[in-house]
Each structure stands twice: as structure tokens, then as C-alpha cells.
Design a protein around this ligand. Structure first.
Ligand code: SAM
Length: 261
């Protein structure tokens, strides 16, 4: 598939690292369980970029999201992709998910770009854990606190970098659209307190947001192409020394069968 295919999460700088990690974790689960299709819940799944791609692989996906607009866009995307039977849209949020999905009904739970907006991120992590069957996988993506300090400083907004550095939620000011960002230790702690065992942490967009013009459909002569950046991001994503620079952190965790949640 070409890197220009915007419906493929593997070809977008925003999604490639998390997508590759989720795919290979599901491949691992398939080997372990002898099953090749899984029940997936996408908490705050929005318009269904991952849900549709997972449905195309044969999985059954329930998207839980509070936004009627996002769910309407999801329904359109599902219809266009012809995966209608495999994706269910359910209106709900992290605190009401059990009104629409049963506990212990998922082999995998995604929670991408949602904990930042949750009133209670710890409760959100417990919800993800309780949705999982023992041995199931959680995939969590959240904004990385140290990276915003670097990003604001490099763009010349030094006062905002200092504000983000000092703010426990990592916000660079009242106009910051993101309510909360997490340091790696904090994210690990939230997941472990919810009864999940962390398997891997990946950096997402370590370089992409720092490279001028990155991701442009028609890069200027000599500028980095999406393909080059995808290769660089993929090579660096699992290297711990680059994690503080990543715009987002992706954490894969598992519900330990022996631990109650
Ligand atoms: C940044 S978007 C991410 C969408 C999708 N997960 C993705 O990665 O493209 C955040 C999504 O979380 C949803 N959301 C916001 N607050 C939420 C909450 N408390 N519980 C569940 N979803 C929430 C929003 O409606 C939106 O669709």
C-alpha cells in the first residue's frame, strides 16, 4: 500500500507507530490463543480510523464515544469501507462505558488521545482494565508532558515552554487546547494501579512535529518525505532515550490473569 493512502493508519505519521504496535500485539495474541479474530473496544474511538482498519483485518470493534458528530462520521466511514457488520457505534464515555459494553468482554481495548480529556484519568484506566478479559491487551496513547516544553521552546514560545514546565498538567497556558499531559512514569503508574502490566512504551511523533513541513503532501525539494520520516520514527520509537521528545506516548499493557482489577 502506498504511503499516500490516508485510510491506512500505517501510512500516517500521526498513527503509524501505534498501529504497528497494536497489529503486532494482536498477532502475538493470535499465536498465544490460537484465535485470529478478536473483540476490540475503542474508548473515545472518535471517527473510527483504527476501528475501521481493525475491522478490515476481521476483528469486531465497538467504538464508545460521547460525541454524536464523531459517531455519525464513524457510521459514514464504516459504510464507505463496507465493514458495517463488524463495527458497532455506542454513545458513552469513560465513566459510562459499562452502560454500553459488558465488563470482561474485550480481547483488546484502545484508549487513544482520550485520557488527556477525561475528568478522572485513573478511572479511565480502570475502565479499560475492567473491559478486558484476562490476558487481554490495552493500547493507550496520550500526550507526553516533557515534549510540549521542547516544542514550545523550539517554536520560539519560551514563556509558554516555562509555563508548561511548571504546570503539573503540562499546559502551556489558558489557550492550550489539551487539558492534561502525562509523563511516562505517570502513565505507567496509572495503568499499573488499574491492574495492568506494562509490556512496552513507544514514542509517537518523536521528530515529525519538529521537522518543518513534515508530512506535507507535496514536500519542497530537499525536504523530508513522509516515507523518510516514517522510517525514522519507526527506528526510534522503542528507544527509551527518545521518549521525552515524543509528542505522544503509546503504552501497550496486558491484564494479568492473576491480578484482580
Ligand atoms: C483526540 S480525539 C481521538 C479520537 C481517536 N481515539 C483517535 O485516536 O483518532 C478524542 C476523542 O475522545 C472523545 N472523548 C472526549 N472525552 C471523552 C471521555 N471522557 N470518554 C470517552 N471519550 C471521550 C472525543 O469525543 C473524541 O472523539
Amino acid at each position: 500500500m502506498s504511503t499516500a493512502d490516508r485510510t491506512n493508519p500505517a501510512s500516517s505519521l500521526r498513527t503509524a507507530v501505534a498501529w504497528d504496535a497494536v497489529r503486532s500485539a494482536l498477532d502475538g495474541l493470535a499465536k498465544e490463543t490460537g484465535r485470529d479474530t478478536f473483540d476490540v473496544v475503542d474508548l473515545g474511538g472518535g471517527t473510527g480510523g483504527f476501528a475501521v482498519a481493525l475491522a478490515r483485518l476481521g476483528h469486531r470493534v465497538t467504538v464508545v464515544d460521547p460525541s454524536p458528530d464523531a459517531l455519525a462520521a464513524l457510521e459514514r466511514r464504516v459504510a464507505e469501507a463496507g465493514v458495517g457488520g463488524a463495527v458497532r457505534a455506542a454513545q458513552g464515555d469513560l465513566s459510562t462505558a459499562f452502560d454500553v459494553v459488558d465488563p470482561e468482554s474485550a480481547d483488546a481495548v484502545l484508549c487513544h488521545g482520550v485520557l488527556e480529556f477525561a475528568d478522572d484519568p485513573a478511572e479511565g484506566c480502570r475502565t479499560a482494565a475492567r473491559l478486558l478479559r484476562p490476558g487481554g491487551l490495552a493500547s493507550v496513547l496520550a500526550a507526553n508532558r516533557p515534549a510540549i516544553v521542547l516544542a514550545r521552546a523550539l517554536s520560539g514560545h519560551v514563556a509558554e515552554a516555562l509555563a508548561a514546565l511548571r504546570d503539573p498538567a503540562g499546559r502551556f497556558g489558558a489557550h492550550d487546547p489539551v487539558p492534561r499531559r502525562f509523563a511516562e512514569t505517570e502513565l505507567r503508574g496509572l495503568l499499573e494501579s488499574a491492574g495492568l502490566a506494562v509490556l512496552a512504551v513507544h514514542g509517537v511523533r518523536i521528530f515529525a512535529d519538529l521537522v518543518p513541513g513534515a508530512g506535507a503532501a507535496d514536500p519542497a525539494p530537499g525536504a523530508a518525505t513522509v516515507r523518510e520520516l516514517l522510517e525514522l520514527e519507526s527506528a526510534a520509537c522503542a528507544r527509551p532515550e527518545f521518549l521525552p521528545m515524543a509528542t505522544q506516548l503509546h503504552v501497550l499493557a496486558t491484564r494479568d490473569a492473576a491480578r484482580p482489577v
